[in-house]
Design a binder for this molecule. Structure first.
Ligand SMILES: Nc1ncnc2c1ncn2[C@@H]1O[C@H](COP(=O)(O)OP(=O)(O)OP(=O)(O)O)[C@@H](O)[C@H]1O
Length: 273
């Protein structure tokens, strides 16, 4: 029997989701989500919930489908011509994964920050004010949003005297915090972070981790990370993916200390990945 077959054999449905239904409030529920790139089945029948004001980490070896799944949550896979997403992404009783719903509107409510900081080639101020203005925010509202968002990401004091300088003058870590500020200025309910610290030094990484812990008071957060210490430090829940399957989902503490699946144990102990 191949190791993959062993994992599949051991992944009983009830073990994937051993969470007792306690006090968590579901913010988003993915049901039977599958993603195909042409004939490649990259994400297989995933059922997973994000809970309000919590951080959920997606971990697993390279190519296991973490980012692909994350991108389903705000319809970012719509931008990839070969990608086909089936299943439901339920928020407040509405399935977001239906073409009748406008993906741009959905992304207002489910913001995303990428691996590489990608500020617009505009001023610090404009990076934040641009989208709210498009959606009708007045000059005064934009000004307030800029300050509020920069305060939230701990960047205000560092940049308040050069708001009209190019965002590209900022360091990588500052640029990433600016991108987070840009996302939160749209007042989303969910923020998706795709390896947001992998291009950053340890000090900038630590600042972003602190920031994520602060932000979960106001937002629901999902983060893809290769850094297992990071997942252990900042997440409340962890989902372990392997070859497109969700192998295990649990409270982070539980998953790291008492994993229920052999594949999770093997990954956490460095036997593969
Ligand atoms: N645009 C695409 N076109 C075709 N195949 C893709 C595309 N993006 C991803 N894939 C494939 O889908 C599978 C899952 O990729 P994905 O990037 O989601 O994995 P991942 O777990 O996030 O990996 P990593 O940790 O390396 O970023 C991989 O086999 C990958 O090659």
């Amino acid at each position: 029997m191949t190791s993959q077959a062993v994992f599949q054999f051991q992944t009983a449905q009830e073990n994937i989701h051993p969470l007792p239904q306690m006090e968590q409030v579901t913010q988003l529920e993915a049901k039977q989500v599958n993603v195909f790139y042409g004939s490649k089945h990259a994400v297989k029948d995933i059922h997973l919930s994000l809970y309000k004001n919590s951080v959920t980490a997606f971990i697993g070896p390279s190519g296991c489908g973490k980012s692909t799944f994350l991108r389903c949550l705000n319809r970012m896979n719509d931008t990839i011509p070969s990608a086909k997403v089936t299943g439901e992404i339920m928020i407040d009783g509405i399935n977001m994964n239906q073409s009748e719903l406008n993906a741009t509107q959905i992304r207002r409510h489910i913001g995303m920050v990428f691996q590489k900081p990608n500020p617009f080639m505009k001023s610090i101020f404009e990076n934040i004010a641009f989208a709210p203005r498009l959606y009708g925010a007045s000059k005064a509202e934009c000004k307030q949003l800029v300050e509020e968002s920069l305060q939230k990401v701990g960047l205000w004091d560092e940049v308040k005297d050069r708001l009209h300088h190019s965002a590209l003058e900022l360091s990588g870590g500052q640029q990433q915090r600016l991108c987070i500020a840009r996302a939160i200025a749209m007042k989303p309910s969910i923020i998706l972070l795709d390896e947001p610290t992998s291009a950053l030094d340890p000090i900038s990484t630590s600042k972003i981790e602190q920031l994520i812990l602060e932000l979960k008071k106001d937002f629901t957060i999902a983060i893809v990370t290769h850094n297992m210490q990071q997942a252990a430090r900042i997440s409340d829940y962890t989902a372990f993916f392997y070859m497109g399957d969700l192998i295990e989902f649990n409270h982070t503490n539980q998953l790291f200390h008492q994993p229920s699946q052999q594949a999770t144990i093997d990954y956490l102990t460095g036997r593969f990945g």
